[in-house]
Write a protein that binds this ligand. Structure first.
Ligand code: SF4
Length: 359
């Protein structure tokens, strides 16, 4: 996809952009809601009516049927989810249409359907529940709903796994192997009960025995931002800052999650920083924009990026600028909203509603 902002927006000075965004918001009034994900640039978050993780923002989108225009400063799958959860008269816009999620792209429908077909003799349709992370395209959410499964986020992955394993023998977890493994580990599953389906290999690279023994089949996917962190980074931080608290996102590799003092969703990270005692030193393993914002909001605490050397930025979240937001707000009537068509929408909605039900 090619997308370039008109020159007028590309070259506008920051102060002018802020003014124009403010005026556009005022013109739209209560008809507009701007949702901003925690990983957005700090200046974009400043214009959000709500800031949150994908779960929290989905709940808000689902609840606010009164709003006509929803501008979602996040990545594509989030805007799609918001469209699925809102009514037909509500229009959802993604200010930068190039903002995708490489992890979501790791689970292509053709590969997923091929895997499901292979698993049918193992009782896929009755015994295996698909659980898809929010970070998936609408097509995979629809597949999940169609096959009796549900969506989860990092906030409720354990509850989703509990839902799945209390109703079926196995779960097929898409697309983040790390979140799936970390959740299974916290649930009490043994390593041999969690296997990885590598879509690039014949039969997922698994033997029949491995599939039969598995409680979770994990899709081979990952977030390149969170897999930057290593257990060695944690050891180094503990050496450099005795008494430091280390918290990480569950998309980090299992050795990192297991070596940290705590792990959880972006909401968990935000609350952890808020509730930490003044004077605390905290190292965080997640996206840099959230870490910087936490450091900015809590000057009485020392908040550090865990690796101390890489810059864990999500280039896709970073794509959305004030220039994009100004353009979107001033021209939304001429921009194509994000739309998920039927029957995909209804099928995906089944899986999303189950997620909202389990809380
Ligand atoms: S941080 Fe990772 S999972 Fe989140 S949008 Fe970026 S690439 Fe996707």
């Amino acid at each position: 996809m090619y997308f370039a902002l008109p020159k007028e927006y590309r070259e506008a000075p920051i102060e002018q952009l802020k003014e124009r965004i403010g005026e556009a918001r005022a013109r739209l009034g209560d008809r507009l809601m701007i949702l901003t994900h925690h990983y957005q640039r700090i200046e974009v978050v400043g214009f959000g009516d709500h800031v949150g993780d994908s779960y929290g923002l989905s709940k808000i989108a689902a609840a606010r049927k009164d709003v006509e225009v929803i501008v979602f400063c996040g990545v594509h799958f989030m805007a799609e989810s918001a469209d699925i959860l809102t009514a037909d008269h509500q229009l959802v816009y993604l200010p930068n249409p190039l903002a995708g999620c490489p992890m979501a792209d790791m689970a292509e429908m053709a590969d997923v359907l091929e895997a499901w077909e292979y698993l049918k003799p193992f009782g896929a349709e009755e015994k295996i529940m698909p659980i898809s992370y929010m970070n998936t395209a609408a097509g995979l959410k629809a597949f999940t709903g169609r096959n009796g499964g549900l969506i989860c986020t990092s906030s409720n992955a354990k509850a989703a796994l509990d839902y799945g394993l209390s109703r079926r023998e196995k779960v097929f977890f898409f697309p983040d192997e790390n979140l799936g493994y970390n959740t299974g580990h916290a649930y009490g599953l043994k390593p041999e009960e969690m296997v990885i389906w590598d879509f690039r290999k014949d039969k997922g690279g698994l033997t029949d025995e491995q599939i039969k023994r598995a409680k979770i089949i994990l899709w081979k996917g990952h977030c390149h931002v969170h897999t930057n962190f290593t257990a060695a980074h944690i050891a180094q931080m503990r050496k450099d800052y005795p008494g430091i608290q280390v918290i990480v996102h569950p998309e980090c590799p299992p050795p990192v999650v297991q070596a940290a003092d705590g792990s959880g969703s972006t909401k968990y990270i935000v609350e952890y920083c808020r509730n930490a005692a003044p004077g605390s030193t905290i190292a965080i393993g997640t996206e840099i924009n959230l870490i910087n914002r936490m450091a900015h909001e809590h000057p009485d605490k020392t908040i550090l990026e865990l690796s101390g050397q890489t810059c864990p930025v999500c280039a896709n979240m970073y794509r959305t600028t004030l220039n994009d937001l100004a353009y979107c707000l001033e021209n939304y009537a001429d921009i194509k909203p994000i739309k998920v068509n039927e029957p995909m929408r209804s099928e995906a909605l089944l899986a999303l509603e189950k997620m909202l039900e389990i809380g």
